[in-house]
Design a protein around this ligand. Structure first.
Ligand code: TYD
Ligand code: MG
Length: 456
């Protein structure tokens, strides 16, 4: 009897698809550099390699597809449930990315312990020893009864153990430490990360096991990192936050079962991560006295309005090419806004260094910060503070027009809830009904916004 050819790994060029049996720095076919990635490839002629064999796949009408009961289970941490879209969906694969040391392992061991009562979980660690994990769990006061631990880096053995134990939840910490015996490249390489993740996804879908995959992101974000597997998993969560600050933000970048861009807020304490249910309160450091260059804006993180402070510092520049530094907002956006301020607001900044910062390590990705940024910059430039009970939001267009943003009334209500009494907003965001205790100044042009407030 003829033996089936064993599966072998091959190096496949990511640019042109050429395969070669050995790694090389340059693809022999198309000449691309560093494009060969080790891939577990079926030998030519094996069943897996044959395509278009004449068999057809089953087709059915959209209406006939039986509804999937997306059973959601609470993770015991409200803020984690929120970013997952209202709890963990059985059989889903969640990638948690973030810098080393930001709290990924802490969050997952907490969630696993909270869920252990109903959902037996398996925590696989390739980074820490079992003693380290146990020590941390004990220090966090987590009940350890139903929590199963394993220290393992071979994906084949992890899959075999999971198939035998049948946990409802599997945590793999981290994908960069795993390796498949079928590939020769080192753990953490693109080939290994992709292959081991694919096997975990297959396990989740076939057995209905929910899988959390931890991935470290390098500073560049991409290098052999979890980026290569973002499209394979159902949900991608990223941990953000300064290591100096106690607050940690968990953002859903992709979610097949809920809203993307949803944000969960945690505080790192000596008892682990604690959900923060009212984040507006922590990002606002209310100044006793009005301070020049500080403006409060209402941003939206996912479905939730969030009050944040935008600070600007404008100073005479000794440099021929003055500095523009933006932290928490996009650098290009700042340059664009300064150009609009010059052209349509009549405030020139070409000989000024401009620094812009969103307080608390928050990153504002939406354009609603435009107006707040410009008012903060002008306030610092003129050294004239704005009132402390004022909030601002709105997009600024290149023609100097103030454009509406999503969710105006919600933003205003959130501001009113935190005691703000005045708001400068785009005219098109004027709420249909007045907001109690709030004076609303609606503006159409940048000039109107800059003139809206005169300190006596
Ligand atoms: P960790 O979860 O190990 O990070 P990651 O898995 O993302 O690499 O978190 C480690 C950091 O968190 C470490 O710097 C110490 C801090 N920490 C606390 O402040 N309090 C705690 O209760 C725990 C467990 C960790
Ligand atoms: Mg860790």
């Amino acid at each position: 009897m003829k033996k089936a050819a064993p599966e072998r790994s091959a190096y496949v060029c990511q640019e042109c698809g050429a395969r070669s049996p050995k790694w090389a720095g340059q693809c022999p076919e198309c000449g691309a550099w560093n494009s060969l990635v080790e891939t577990r490839a079926p030998a030519p002629g094996s069943a897996r390699g044959r395509h278009y064999a004449g068999a057809t796949a089953e087709v059915c009408r959209l209406g006939d597809v039986p509804p999937l009961h997306t059973l959601r289970q609470s993770t015991g941490l409200d803020e984690l449930d929120r970013v997952l879209g209202g709890g963990l969906v059985a059989g889903s694969v969640v990638l948690i990315g973030g810098d080393p040391g930001i709290g990924k392992s802490t969050l997952l061991i907490q969630a696993l312990a909270q869920m252990a009562a109903e959902t037996p979980g398996l925590y696989v660690t390739g980074e820490e020893s079992l003693q380290q994990v146990a020590l941390r769990a004990r220090r966090l006061g987590l009940s350890a009864d139903n929590l199963q631990l394993m220290s393992e880096t071979s994906i084949e053995r992890i899959i075999a153990t999971a198939e035998q134990l049948k946990p409802a939840l599997l945590v793999v910490d981290s994908i960069q430490t795993l390796h498949s015996d079928q590939l020769q490249s080192a753990p953490g390489s693109v080939g290994q990360v992709r292959e081991t993740a694919a096997m975990l996804v297959r396990l989740a879908k076939q057995r209905g096991i929910s899988v959390f995959i931890v991935g470290h992101v390098t500073k560049e974000g991409a290098l052999a990192g979890p980026r290569v597997l973002e499209h394979m998993v159902d949900t991608v969560l990223y941990f953000e936050g300064d290591s100096g600050s106690r607050y940690r933000l968990v953002r859903a970048v992709k979610n097949r079962f809920g809203a993307a861009n949803e944000l969960g807020v945690f505080a790192m304490t000596d008892q682990g991560l604690k959900p923060v249910s009212n984040p507006s309160a922590i990002f606002l450091s209310r100044h006793e006295q009005p301070v020049a260059g500080s403006v409060i804006m209402v941003t939206r993180e996912g479905t939730r309005p969030l009050l944040v402070e935008v600070q600007a510092l404008v100073a005479d520049s000794p440099l021929g090419n003055p500095r523009r530094v933006a932290v928490g907002v996009e650098q290009n956006r700042l340059s664009l806004l300064l150009a609009v301020l010059h052209r349509h607001g009549g405030v020139a900044m070409f000989d000024q260094d401009v620094f812009l910062n969103v307080v608390g390590g928050v990153r504002v990705a939406e354009t609603a910060a435009d107006l707040a940024a410009l008012l903060a910059i002008r306030s610092s430039f003129r050294d004239r503070p704005l009132p402390t009970d004022l909030v601002v939001f709105g997009e600024v267009g290149l023609a100097g027009e103030i454009r509406p943003v999503h969710g105006g009334p919600e933003r205003l209500r959130e501001a009113a809830k935190h005691g703000f009494r005045r708001a400068i907003v785009p005219h098109a965001n004027l709420p249909p009904r007045p907001i109690p205790n709030m004076e609303i100044i609606a503006v159409r042009q940048l000039g109107e916004a800059l003139d809206a407030w005169h300190e006596p």
